[in-house]
Design a protein around this ligand. Structure first.
Ligand code: 5GP
Ligand code: ZN
Length: 113
């Protein structure tokens, strides 16, 4: 198993896990881009959103709702936050296991760079 996020989900690589259940794991990004930077990943290996299908609809919805729950727990609900998933080279996807970045705790620019 060479996928680093599969290894994190399996507990084979240490990470600062903030939430987990039978479908998803959420942990703090190693190289945070904001005061709060948490990655939400499915336990199932799906390369990115382009590789997801209708079968994954519940899982995708669960990822989004877990992100909102974590954002509330991190105190971001009022100040706001951003939920991002990078797909492929133009978006700068660097880990080939679908993940949602939850970013918050500072004012962000729009459009993103
Ligand atoms: P991407 O660029 O693919 O959208 O995001 C990948 C993210 O994973 C990056 O923000 C990077 O800092 C984070 N990351 C890469 N390897 C590790 C790791 O081993 N542990 C943790 N916690 N984050 C990682
Ligand atoms: Zn994986």
């Amino acid at each position: 198993m060479s996928c680093i996020f599969c290894q994190i989900a399996a507990g084979e690589i240490d990470s600062d896990i903030v939430y987990q259940d039978h479908q998803v794991v959420a942990f703090r990004d190693l190289n945070p881009q904001a005061p709060v930077h948490i990655l939400i990943i499915p336990r199932e290996h799906i390369s990115n959103l382009d590789q997801a299908s209708a079968e994954n609809a519940d899982l995708l919805g669960h990822c989004a709702l877990v992100a909102a729950e974590i954002a509330r727990a991190e105190g971001l609900a009022e100040s706001g936050y951003r939920l991002v998933t990078n797909v492929g080279p133009d978006a700068g996807q660097s880990v080939d296991h679908m993940h949602f970045h939850l970013l918050g705790g500072r004012r962000m620019q729009w459009p993103p760079g």
